[in-house]
Structures are given as C-alpha cells and as structure tokens.
Design a protein. Structure first.
Length: 270
C-alpha cells in the first residue's frame, strides 16, 4: 500500500488531505497566522508522480516492483518500510481485487481496487486505520489506464496514471502556532507537537517510527523535515502562508521522489 508526502502515502500525511464534497463557508480573516483548520485543494497537486504498475497473473499480485504475493486471501510477510509488514490479496472478481495491510499484528489499511466495465479506469477505495484513534479515514484515488491491457492477465494488470484524489474531512490539517510551539494534527490525532528549532519529535500515527523537526526560516514559512527511525532523511515539507492569510502553499520533497510536489491549502476556520 503506498504510504499516505503527497502521497504521505506518510511522506506527507498528506498532501492528500482533500477537497470536501460540499462547499464550506468562507472563514473570517484570522488573528493568528498558521493557526486554524486547513483543507487541501487536490486539484492543485502538481509533481512528478510516477504511474502505478500492477501485475496480476497466475504467479500472484505485484505492484510497482514489490514482491509477488499469492492471491489466496492469506497474510504474507512484506517489506513495507515500517509502515506495513503483512499483506493479504484476494481476487473477488474480474473487476474487483481486495488488499488488507497489517503492521505488528494491527490493521493498517484496506484497499478495494475496482476496475470499470470498459477496463480503462481503476478506482482505489482506501481505509486508513493508522491514526491514534484507530478509526477509518477514507480516501479515493482514480487512475486511468496508460497503454493497452495486458493480454491473458487480470484486468487490473497494466500501467495506471492518477486522475484524481479525494480524502474525507477527517484529514484536514489542524495547525497551531503559539510563539515557538508548533503543532500539526488531524482530528483523529495523527501528527506532532514540536518546538521550532528544537529536537525532533515522534509523529503520532506514523508506524515507521519517523520523527519530525521544525524550523521557521521566515515569518511566513514553516518547514518540517522528517527522518526515519534510523536517522536517515526521508522528506521535507515547506508551508508558506500567502499574503491573504487564507492560503498556504506547500512544497514537499521526498528522498524517493524526483522533484517536488506542490499544492495549496485553504483556511476553513481559525
């Protein structure tokens, strides 16, 4: 399962924190910069996001070059970078495949892959249980087939390019800046509380053990830098408050991704 940066897949808890499905009332001009509830416009996501390559044949299920897994509905060990360590794949039909991910014996994610009748659209219905509350946070990713379907293989096999992403409002960013103290949270408890310029802190809801450190190079910019449990640089996120005090421009970099991912968030409330 890809880790929810933009697609903090964790790389950034996401940059996939999405547009809600109904309009929200305009927030009043804030008294405190950064502090408030923020929602991302997923249509603003730009970056070098590689297509997803999926193979499903008699040998098993494989995604983006990972290990091949039997599609027997049983749990098998996987190398998930600390985010997952067991995975189950089951083929429900010619158009539906289900995935269940665990980490240290606990449910982490479920994914239902649904292929359209014409075989050219793949929709991922994802439930993320990794937040401290253990409740499901839902998201949906729609992908379009690139090239012809793989002959003799399940319809899910092929190369898929992302079209759109939606995440429910539980993934809104709840930011608080109070002097040198900064916190990033969701309503389900994912996130951290840190001192700007201080020691790195644990990221609640990140199964890999990653830690975040915070700097503020300018009055309008806060930078989060993530390191792995082994102390290796993983990712960074720059959050720049624009002059209207109602918009944040995010720029995310990941060790594994070539080039930055950029996006905008809008203030929902203080």
């Amino acid at each position: 399962m890809p880790k929810p940066i933009a697609l903090r897949n964790h790389a950034f808890r996401t940059v996939v924190s999405a547009l809600v499905f109904c309009a929200s009332p305009a927030a009043a001009a804030p008294n405190h910069p950064f502090t408030g509830r923020w929602r991302m416009d997923t249509t603003s996501l730009k970056g070098n996001i590689k297509p997803t390559i999926i193979e499903l044949a008699a040998e098993g299920f494989r995604k983006d070059g990972s290990e091949v897994l039997k599609t027997d509905g049983q749990f098998h060990p996987v190398s998930g970078g600390g985010y997952i360590d067991e995975q189950s794949i089951s083929v429900e039909s010619d158009h539906v495949v289900k995935e269940i991910d665990k980490v240290r014996g606990k449910l982490a994610y479920t994914v239902e892959y649904v292929i359209s009748d014409d075989g050219d659209t793949l929709t991922w219905h994802i439930a993320n249980y990794t937040n401290p509350n253990g409740t499901a946070v839902m998201s949906e990713t729609v992908q379009r087939r690139v090239g012809a379907a793989t002959k003799g293989a399940h319809l899910i096999s092929g190369t898929w390019e992302r079209v759109s992403v939606k995440v429910d409002s539980k993934s809104d960013w709840i930011l608080k800046l109070d002097g040198s103290r900064f916190s990033w949270r969701t309503e389900e408890g994912t996130g951290y509380d840190a001192i700007i310029g201080g020691k790195s802190v644990k990221i609640d809801g990140d199964n890999s053990g990653a830690r975040a450190s915070i700097t503020r190079p300018r009055a309008d910019t806060i930078v989060e830098t993530d390191v792995s449990a082994k102390g290796r640089y993983d990712a960074s996120l720059s959050m720049q408050l624009l002059p209207d005090n109602m918009t944040i421009r995010g720029v995310a970099h990941s060790r594994k991704q070539k080039g930055p991912t950029t996006f905008f968030l809008k203030r929902i409330s203080e």
